[in-house]
Write a protein that binds this ligand. Structure first.
Ligand SMILES: Cc1cc2nc3c(=O)[nH]c(=O)nc-3n(C[C@H](O)[C@H](O)[C@H](O)COP(=O)(O)OP(=O)(O)OC[C@H]3O[C@@H](n4cnc5c(N)ncnc54)[C@H](O)[C@@H]3O)c2cc1C
Length: 379
């Protein structure tokens, strides 16, 4: 069968979730993934909140949750702020595969090793061209990551600002604390971004960095040297880089018969660069809207725009986190240190995740410098 109601391009967190949501709403679905395996095909810290699994409908089994973790955030002079709220370090590949399995149970077809090369319009339908075949679709969902082929085919030129990231997986580490994911801020350590150590076990960790206006690998190597007691004897067993879209959601991600979701649409929380939860949520919303539109026989841009309504809480969070990032990126290392002295866990969580940034702003209003440089920007 070369004709589907919904064709989803890309088998990452966004794509598998879209395929599942569309299939469970009783339309025919094809999920296309260019790699030979549905898995985490690009580097990722693989840390997420507990709610991510709830949203995805995935049980926190030991196979998927490597371990629970709290977070430690370090200012430039290593002032530590503990965030006791527990999240997960997951095996992202098994997580994505579990959602893909659910999509298959609902009847979705899945083709791996099949790369979409372009999408063209033919009357009211879209033709999805791959390296192997051509498929007719009533709705195409582009979940094919930052360098989205679907977006290019649709003529979308707007691209969210990316931050280049590089990550090593390091083995034979001597981690002092394998129960915490650690974030390191500062213009000397990671200009315009942050560095991280996310332990998988006591001996194995994801060590990465995102920086703007500088060479990420140079900063990562310098960061690794800083932790010679923990990483000095460690060996790099995986070394990859990828851009993370931190410039906020694109202004238009819905078109006649097509939608863009996940990294392809900038559905990432800017200040943290976290995109697993927001991509899963975007996938579930897009899949549902696409299926309902097909069943109603109206796959116009107007009908599919219901996506914006369903996804609005996330779009608001992305907007607020972007505003926070724009203010935080102007702070000096000294000001970041001051912030670490004033801030408590909830303040960091609200600010980074684009939650109650107004409350955080009010807390800073009496501070002589941060009132102007941060609080007013947030308000
Ligand atoms: C170094 C790094 C660390 C990160 N750490 C975290 C973290 O700890 N927590 C967190 O929440 N987020 C993290 N993120 C962000 C997170 O990984 C992404 O936001 C998330 O994976 C986006 O999901 P997606 O499905 O939109 O895109 P992707 O995960 O990029 O998946 C896109 C899929 O589409 C496929 N594809 C691409 N083009 C085609 C094509 N033409 N035809 C068919 N298939 C195609 C790709 O192979 C891929 O499988 C990190 C990102 C990076 C780079």
């Amino acid at each position: 069968m070369n004709e589907y109601d919904v064709v989803v391009v890309g088998g990452g967190p966004a794509g598998v979730s879209a395929a599942k949501a569309a299939a469970m709403n009783n339309v025919s679905v094809l999920l296309l993934e260019k790699h030979p395996t549905i898995m985490a095909n690009k580097p990722c810290g693989e840390a997420c909140s507990k709610e991510t699994l709830v949203t995805a409908g995935v049980k926190p089994s030991p196979r998927i949750v490597m371990h629970e973790a709290y977070a430690l955030v370090y200012s430039p002079s290593m002032i530590e702020v503990k965030i006791p709220q527990i999240g997960y370090n997951i095996n992202k590949s098994f997580f994505i595969q579990e959602i893909a399995a659910q999509a298959a149970e609902y009847g979705a077809d899945i083709h791996v090793r099949e790369e979409v090369t372009g999408v063209v319009r033919e009357n009211s339908k879209l033709l999805v061209k791959t390296n192997r075949d051509t498929y007719k679709a009533k709705v195409v969902i582009g979940a094919d990551g930052y360098n989205s082929t679907v977006a290019r085919s649709l003529g979308v030129t707007e691209r969210p600002e990316p931050i280049p990231t590089v990550q090593y997986i390091m083995a034979n580490c001597r981690l002092k604390n394998s129960d915490a994911v650690r974030f390191y801020l500062g213009n000397k350590i990671a200009p315009g971004g942050y560095a991280w150590i996310f332990p998988r076990t006591e001996k194995l960790a994801e060590v990465g960095i995102g920086v703007r206006g500088a060479v990420a690998k140079d900063y990562l190597d310098a960061f690794v040297k800083l932790f010679s007691d923990e990483l000095g004897n460690a060996k790099i067993i995986d070394y990859r880089g990828a851009p993370v879209p931190i410039g906020g959601a694109v202004s238009e991600s819905v078109f006649d018969g097509a939608m863009l979701i996940g990294d392809a649409a900038g559905h990432v929380i800017p200040l943290t660069g976290a995109g697993i939860h927001s991509s899963v949520s975007a996938g579930l919303a897009a899949g549902k809207v696409a299926a309902n539109a097909v069943q109603e026989g109206d796959t116009s841009k107007r009908r599919l725009s219901e996506f914006y309504k369903l996804y609005e809480p996330w779009l608001n969070r992305i907007k607020k986190s972007l505003r926070a990032m724009r203010a935080v990126e102007k702070l000096t290392d000294e000001e970041l240190d001051t912030l670490a002295k004033i801030f408590q866990a909830d303040d960091i969580l609200d600010l980074a995740n684009g939650m109650d940034i107004g409350r955080v702003a009010k807390k800073l209003l009496s501070h002589p410098v941060l009132a102007v440089k941060l609080a007013r920007q947030l308000l």
